[in-house]
Design a protein around this ligand. Sequence first.
Ligand code: MLT
Length: 408
Amino acid sequence: MIALNQNFQNLPGNYLFAKISQEVNNFRLQHPDRILVDLGIGDVRGPLAPAVIEAMKEAVDEMSNASTFRGYGPYGGYDFLVEAIIKNDYTDRGIKIDAADVFVSDGSKSDSGNIGDIFSAQCAIAVCDPVYPVYVDANVMAGRTGRYDPETGRWSDILTLPCDASTGFLPRIPSENDGAPFKGIIYLCFPNNPTGVAAGREHLTEWVRYARETGSIIIYDAAYEAFIREDVPHSIYEIEGARECAIEMKSFSKTAGFTGVRCGYTVIPAALQIDGVRVRDLWARRQSTKFNGVSYVTQRAAEAVYSPEGKVQIRQTIDACMQNAKLLREGFADCGYEVYGGVNAPYIWIRTPNEKKSWEYFDYLLNKAAIVVTPGAGFGAAGEGYFRAAAFGSREHSEEAIERIKQL
Ligand code: MLT
């Protein structure tokens, strides 16, 4: 017999950013003369840092010579990159991570979507709302989410952790009303996509305590860690006890402009075990079976992100992005909008005026001002009435956006 995975039929609509891209393409076709200001998808504008380019060129040269050519690489990543990751992202922060805990990959989107492979289809899931849609969609595909209610925008088998202005967009620990104690997989993303808020030490400590008490696992997406400006944790492993209950994912996509190059990594400490089985062993088995690693050239490029010149160059790009975030945050606020985030992340989370629906306001900004944003409702029911602005464009680009907003 042959049958399709029926879970895919449960997905309500397209992937959020594919849908937006479709809408924007339609707009371009209808209005070829209008110049768009794109604050939508969080895509970097390049170019790559000179240190990264140099490393890639050298690696390409190595590939052109039989004596230095590389074929299949180690499944978890080349030692040179794994060592650079451990030293710079962990040891220098006082965190002990072993080489076997690190799995180099093609990015956090793939890892956060694929990690479900190693958990049972019966595992319970908890996600924030609003949420990066990959966590939900990947679990829908795996059949863990139950029925979708179009009225509420909620799934019967997902514990939703609403994040709103009253808690600074931080998820509350599940209470008895949520059917607590919840035991399952808890997805957390800080600094957060889409709200742009960061979680402090105290908040993360509460989650680690909760996960340990209930036997839950936190999947901690730290893709935006490099944008942190305040004194908040860069890694969940800064919190005591997290090694026994958390998986961490990081990405070079936004940090170093790798959205098209593709490289990131996942950390699963040996101490994270379920019924005496090391979770990292299952991920190693999964990756070696379904994934042949990231190209040598890309891993050399990622290694260069940690070189002294690379660090300086990348810091400059991130600083420029965060100046844009400030400009957008203050610009929208000056125009009377209620704004959040944008201090430790390249995203600004903005309430729509006059309680307009997110998609309605998306259409309004697109048609009236040729500005693309991401409708908050695309990130979940609690995102309704908000939109997200990304700060990856040039300074002129952000200034132009605010000019157009002022003219509305
Ligand atoms: C975002 O803009 O939130 C992401 O970069 C889009 C994606 O990863 O699909």
